[in-house]
Design a protein around this ligand. Structure first.
Ligand code: FES
Ligand SMILES: [Fe+2]
Length: 354
């Protein structure tokens, strides 16, 4: 690829073709670690969630010992989903609603009504490789991706001062965006659009002059400074939160943006984290799960997270509107890939990895 300033974006088909999306699902989404959300979302034994990894169903279960287990979300009888996608249930067993086969929480088949399965038939739920990092749960459908720690690399150290493993989700918001998942990633990786797209954000954060991180592992990211008048990312630059105690003076005045491909954004501000988890639904549709995280002490003190929620909800909607407009522009036949600006260096790095 040519350097930023000369390189061009991807052709329209990369954002509009079902064939390209099918290739990406196999290449990126089902052959590596994909974040499934916070592990503490399933709090107690017997809690079960039906999740979507780029169109593939995954069932996550917290077993009797408190351990999280992941399986393919398909009954070993005739394939009915065990927990409906997007839903959470709490039961002492995994139960298929179609013909009522019952599995233990470790995935082994316990009972098939009025039927003795053939001796020796392995009818246990198919396990999915899973791992946790910093409070997030990840799945690797292929089972042979490099260890999660290798992919995370020094993102672990970069986020350590924010103590992400100890943070609590205080708000969630889901968005259905009519744009290809890569447009959302590309948009996240540059602030070239900020002055024109985000008036509120541009009032509290500088939109240029930041630095990209020299990351090890599979992630990408960069930081931008708060404006002198702002203490945090909120509509008026103030908030009731407190600066994470572990931050050095630079980090206490910066907003740090991290992408863990293919689809987890972790945005670290001086007093809160906000994450976006992408699920590609179709070539031109992406589901986004956004979560706001605060230290447990602030949650216990019942601090209203409105300062962060209002700010990012505003920013999110501006971003999705821009991405949807790009999707429409690209889809109409009148698009020719244009040159990437110097401020789009991270976007350029992302495209170079595809
Ligand atoms: S498909 Fe699950 S019991 Fe028949
Ligand atoms: Fe944006």
């Amino acid at each position: 690829m040519q350097p930023p300033g000369r390189a061009r974006g991807l052709p329209a088909e990369a954002y509009t073709s079902d064939r390209v999306l099918a290739w990406e699902r196999e290449r990126f989404w089902r052959r590596g670690w994909v974040c499934l959300g916070r592990a503490d979302r399933l709090a107690g034994p017997g809690e079960q969630a039906g999740l979507d990894v780029a169109g593939a169903g995954v069932l996550v279960v917290r077993d009797a010992s408190g351990q999280l287990r992941a399986f393919r979300n398909a009954c070993r009888h005739r394939g009915h989903e065990l927990v409906e996608r997007g839903c959470t249930v709490r039961r002492p067993t995994v139960w298929c609603a179609y013909h009522a086969w019952v599995y233990r929480l470790d995935g082994t088949l316990r009972h098939a009504p009025r039927f003795d399965p053939p001796p020796g038939a392995d009818l246990d739920l198919l396990p999915v490789r899973s791992a946790q990092w910093a409070g997030w749960l990840f799945a690797d459908l292929s089972g042979d991706a490099p260890p999660l720690a290798d992919v995370v690399g020094d993102l672990d150290a970069a986020l350590a001062p924010y103590r992400p493993g100890e943070l609590r989700v205080v708000a969630t918001e889901g968005y259905d965006v009519a744009a290809n998942w890569k447009l959302l990633v590309e948009n996240y990786l540059e602030c070239y659009h900020c002055p024109s797209t985000h008036p509120e954000l541009s009032r509290v954060q500088r939109t240029e002059g930041g630095e990209s991180f020299a990351a090890t592992g599979g992630w990408l990211g960069g930081q931008l400074d708060l404006r002198n008048s702002a203490a945090t990312m909120s509509l008026d630059g103030t908030g009731p939160g407190s600066v994470f105690p572990g931050l050095d003076p630079d980090a206490a005045r910066q907003v740090r943006y991290h992408l863990l491909p293919p689809g987890l954004f972790v945005t670290a501000t001086p007093d809160h984290l906000v994450t976006h988890r992408l699920v590609p639904v179709a070539a031109d549709r992406t589901r986004v799960e956004c979560e706001w995280l605060l230290p447990a002490e602030l949650v216990a003190a019942r601090i209203d997270p409105g300062w962060a929620v209002d700010f990012w909800h505003t920013t999110n909607r501006q971003d999705w509107a821009a991405c949807e407009s790009v999707q429409r522009g690209i889809s109409g036949g009148g698009y020719r890939p244009g040159p990437l600006a110097p401020q789009e260096d991270l976007l350029h790095a992302f495209l170079g990895r595809l």
